[in-house]
Design a binder for this molecule. Structure first.
Ligand code: UDP
Length: 338
């Protein structure tokens, strides 16, 4: 079975390519390399023994997409390609709406023309906004997102569920990610933020490596046990395995399902920093800073549906995530010359 990964050279896409190839799927990647590099496909090859074909195209470009679908017989699509920086989405909302909606629409139209009826979407827990209660399960209200990036995820979810309602042959799975961190245990693929990172683990590893002067801990006065923000961190390889499970599910079911991909427990910023220091033996220089605009106090996933519907759950520990993120940073991460 042949699966197209849009954004397949990115952080989650590349790890999903590895898990799919290891599970016996044929993977084709489409990526415009706007936030990743072409050598990722060789690294996927070094891990799996298979270098997936890479189409350097813009997924919003229907002519280019059509050519790809004409050349390859695509049975399913997993759609990762999209802009994902929250702050940038606030500053340039139209760019986010244009790109993130156009890519999804072009894909859906091209799939319809070529009879491809399985669509797995890289969505986000950000669609839940600031939750009233935790854990957050899939029946929690979605749509009150605090920024344009989150709204693009929510709008694409709606487009997909409307498309599935209108077409009884379409199978859609909306995967709502919590906080993917870590890297492949080989140290060959991982997160490569361009410029100053936003995400916690990238900031921790760069502070530990001396690239950032120190980690800023945004807020020590949240209503959480130690005052710092609590999130559901999930190892990116676990998350990638969740996509394989979603694809298997979509092969046997029609309609549209939203499923959380999280580990189901929350860790505070300070707990993550301490786990990193204990696992790696490396000190993380840090300071407390004011809360970051738009951040919420606490968020972690209800995971029952993922287990019941997909037969999947996260396996790896916070220590695994810290160890693998640090190995990646030292081997190939920002500031290294791999
Ligand atoms: N965070 C932090 N310092 C950083 C980056 C993040 O204290 O340099 C905190 C942030 O306030 C939140 C948590 O780490 O409580 C996770 O933030 P991240 O940006 O990784 O993910 P989010 O859940 O906000 O999408």
């Amino acid at each position: 079975m042949s699966v197209l990964l849009t954004g397949g050279t990115g952080f989650v896409g590349s790890h999903t390519a590895v898990e799919l190839i290891n599970a016996g799927y044929d993977v084709v990647i489409a990526d415009n390399l706007s936030n990743s590099s072409a050598d990722v496909v060789d690294r996927i090859g070094r891990i799996t023994g298979v270098v997936p074909p890479l189409y350097v195209i813009d997924v919003a470009d229907k002519t280019a997409l059509n050519k790809l679908f004409d050349e390859r017989s695509i049975d399913a699509v997993i759609h990762f390609a999209g802009y994902k920086a929250v702050g940038e989405s606030v500053a340039r909302p139209l760019m986010y709406y244009r790109n993130n909606l156009d890519t999804a629409l072009s894909l859906l139209e091209t799939m319809e023309e070529h009879g491809t009826r399985i669509f797995v979407f890289s969505s986000s827990a950000t669609v839940y906004g600031d939750p009233e209660t935790v854990p957050i399960d899939e029946s929690s209200p979605a749509g009150s997102c605090s920024n344009p990036y989150g709204r693009t995820k929510y709008f694409v979810e709606k487009i997909l569920s409307d498309a599935a309602a209108a077409d009884p042959d379409l199978s859609v799975v909306l995967l709502r990610y919590f906080n993917p961190i870590g890297a492949h245990e080989s140290g060959l693929i991982g997160e490569l933020p361009s410029g100053i990172p936003n995400n916690l683990m990238a900031c921790i590893t760069q502070a530990a490596a001396g690239i950032l002067e120190q980690l800023s801990i945004y807020g020590a006065d949240y209503p959480t046990p130690d005052g710092t923000g609590v999130r559901d961190y999930i190892h990116v390889s676990d998350l990638a395995a969740g996509h394989v499970a979603a694809l298997r599910y979509a092969q046997d079911h029609k309609g549209c399902e939203a499923v959380n991909l999280g580990a189901g427990r929350g860790f505070s910023v300070l707990e993550v920093v301490r786990a990193f220091e204990e696992t790696t033996g490396v000190h993380v220089p840090r300071r407390f800073a004011p809360r970051r605009a738009g951040d919420i106090a606490m968020c972690y996933a209800g995971t029952e549906k993922a287990l019941k519907v997909l037969g999947w759950r996260a396996e790896k520990s916070l220590e695994d995530m810290c160890r693998d993120a640090w190995r990646w940073q030292r081997n190939c991460g920002p500031g290294t010359d791999p």
